[in-house]
Design a protein around this ligand. Structure first.
Ligand SMILES: C[S@@+](CC[C@H](N)C(=O)[O-])C[C@H]1O[C@@H](n2cnc3c(N)ncnc32)[C@H](O)[C@@H]1O
Length: 336
């Protein structure tokens, strides 16, 4: 049967919705295979060289009921491992998945909590406990958020050129890539990151060191509100950044956050806020639900109320800029 005839038969059978469901289903399987390649430890096991099935079984201490060999064949079929005379080995794609922290974060995040939200939604809707993703998956979230680095690059560069900062602050700095980008655009400036999650602060310090910025940066560990109130946040800063952070605080606490950061700014300094905004876009709606499911009062901001809150905190917000046409990502620069 030719491919064309087979496709026509499939179309007649279930039509386009079926084909779409099958395509999406296979993509979901591909995602789950990559994530399980990491979580079962099989890819890691092949990091230093080829190993046969028995050796993989022994290294991982598996009590294998005949599944390991078929599992390795699944990884092979998805191009993550190869089979040769020496046993199983990592393909280029498999090694990239192991070594690229952002890619790894994407597989772990999307196969994990991003889709787990819906698997567990029935029980949560019936009064089950809130999710713990933000509390327990900080490192994955920080790595996954790094995927936005190219998108933020331009707006960070523009803000640096406009403000010409000698000192920059990145609040909720995550993996530190935005602080690094601001300092790359302002080669004479010094930078401070503030990060409440200890493990994430470690990631930021490592990234800043890898980019040769250890001497120009420091990462303060703690809640920005507490550090600012205690006078430990340093400053004054000419440019402060809140990238993908505002939604970690309930709506009612955001003016307090903006006031605290505004208090760390020099006269004429600026705060740049970037965030996914609450819009009818499918990703925005999904992300908003994921935040609300944490049960901590988290939710995505709407653009104009966000600007009003910045004004309430004593700042002068410029009009919001969309970072990618058609996407719900926005940036607002607010001057002190
Ligand atoms: C989604 S991540 C974004 C990280 C980074 N800004 C980026 O865009 O890649 C949000 C980060 O803000 C940190 N954070 C949230 N609330 C904070 C607070 N009150 N003080 C300091 N850090 C905070 C979290 O621990 C988390 O690492």
């Amino acid at each position: 049967m030719s491919r064309l005839v087979a496709a026509a038969k499939l179309l007649c059978g279930g039509g386009l919705p079926w084909l779409r469901a099958a395509r999406d289903g296979l993509a979901a399987v591909r995602l789950a295979v990559g994530a399980a390649g990491l979580s079962t430890g099989v890819l890691e096991c092949l990091r230093d060289g080829p190993a046969d099935t028995a050796s993989v079984r022994a290294q991982l201490g598996l009590d294998d009921a005949g599944l390991l060999e078929p599992w390795l064949r699944v990884l092979q079929a998805h191009g993550l491992v190869r089979a040769s005379a020496g046993g199983w080995s990592l393909s280029r794609r498999g090694r990239r998945l192991l070594d690229d922290a952002v890619l790894r974060g994407a597989y772990e995040g999307f196969a994990g909590f991003h889709t787990g939200l819906y698997r567990e939604l029935p029980s949560q809707l019936r009064g089950g406990p809130p999710r713990r993703d933000v509390a327990e998956r900080g490192e994955t979230i920080a790595q996954l958020t790094r995927a936005m680095e190219p998108v933020l690059h331009e707006v960070l560069g523009t803000a640096v050129r406009e403000v010409r900062p000698a000192r920059v602050l990145d609040v909720g700095c995550g993996a530190g890539q935005n602080l690094a980008a601001m300092l790359a655009a302002a080669p004479a400036a010094e930078g401070t990151g503030i990060e409440v999650d200890e493990a994430v602060a470690d990631i930021a310090e490592r990234l800043l060191a890898r980019r040769g910025l250890r001497g120009r940066t420091r990462v303060l560990r703690g809640d920005v509100l507490a550090l600012a109130a205690g006078g430990e946040a340093g400053g004054p800063y000419d440019l402060a950044l809140l990238a993908n952070v505002v939604y970690y605080l309930p709506l009612a606490e955001r003016v307090r956050l903006f006031r605290a950061v505004a208090g760390l700014l020099s006269e004429g300094g600026a705060l740049l806020v970037t965030t996914t905004a609450a819009t009818p876009d499918p990703f925005s709606r999904h992300f908003d639900l994921l935040l609300r499911a944490q049960g901590e009062g988290m939710e995505l901001p709407e653009v104009e109320p966000l600007r009003q809150q910045l004004a309430e905190a004593g700042l002068r917000p410029a009009p919001a800029r969309r970072l990618v046409p058609g996407q719900p990502l926005v940036a607002v620069l607010a001057r002190r």
